[in-house]
Design a protein around this ligand. Structure first.
Ligand SMILES: [Zn+2]
Length: 260
């Protein structure tokens, strides 16, 4: 089985003690490739170093809405310079809007989000989007930047919103939450979405799966996410893996084949 974890924060300190073992376990589970989204300018060099050190790691660079207070306006220009210097970048991300932020500075969030959408459009790069309690606004931004597609990471929304995202050319990133019995709305989304719109992710070290509450999540567990989705669609996990891996390659324009 070949799987791609489309969203894992492997650069975070949580993985410092045993990163090689985490990657070994991921590969043993069939996860040969993963996508590492950037969150702040200060962390981009770590991502770059990681992707050069280990095989199969794809990198995205962006300014995450949760870290709005860590971003300077100049970081948007810095992102452009960084992209010029790093043509191996697979996506702009993690970008988006976060409605849970207590100190939410909506105008500034919107400015960072839409400017990064514009950068993605200009460079013809896909986006990796964080959206919490802000899905309609996230979709509005995408509509204003026609042609920009990507992954709505940790998708939470109604089947109608899922359809709007798919109509805009986006994939739905499905992770640990789908393994919970109580996640009925998400189950419905997974059952009703077109198969070509589904990609798997862990968001490790966050979003632990059912049965692993309180533990650090890790990329190898994307296999269980894939199996949970296969069960919902009543197809074999192996077939779901082929579908989600193809989708990840298509939406992020990753080359075919296992990297050396
Ligand atoms: Zn993330």
């Amino acid at each position: 089985m070949e799987l791609i974890d489309t969203h894992v924060h492997l650069d975070l300190d949580a993985f410092d003690p045993d990163r090689p073992a985490v990657l070994d376990r991921a590969r043993a589970a069939g996860v040969q490739e993963m996508v590492l989204p950037g969150v702040t300018r200060a962390r981009w060099p770590d991502l770059d170093a990681l992707s050069r050190h280990y095989a199969g790691l794809h990198v995205a660079y962006g300014l995450h809405p949760i870290f709005l207070q860590d971003h300077a306006d100049a970081d948007l220009d810095a992102l452009e310079d960084w992209l010029d210097a790093h043509p191996e970048t697979v996506a702009i991300g993690e970008i988006g809007l976060d409605g849970y932020r207590l100190d939410r500075d909506w105008d500034r969030q919107w400015r960072f989000y839409t400017r990064q959408l514009a950068i993605a459009r200009e460079r013809e790069l896909p986006v990796i989007i964080h959206s919490r309690r802000a899905l309609d606004e996230v979709l509005k931004g995408l509509r204003q930047h026609q042609g920009v597609t990507g992954i709505l990471h940790a998708f939470i929304g109604s089947p109608q919103q899922a359809r709007q995202a798919v109509d805009l050319g986006c994939c739905l990133g499905i992770g640990g939450p789908v393994t919970y019995e109580r996640a009925k709305k998400l189950h419905r989304v997974v059952r009703e979405a077109p198969l070509e719109a589904l990609v798997v992710e862990t968001d490790a070290p966050d979003q632990p799966l059912a049965g692993h509450q309180g533990e650090r999540n890790e990329p190898g567990r994307v296999r269980e996410v894939n199996t949970a989705m296969a069960t919902l669609r009543d197809i074999a996990p192996q077939d779901m893996a082929i579908i989600t891996t193809q989708n990840a390659r298509r939406i992020l324009r990753l080359p075919n084949g296992t990297p050396q």
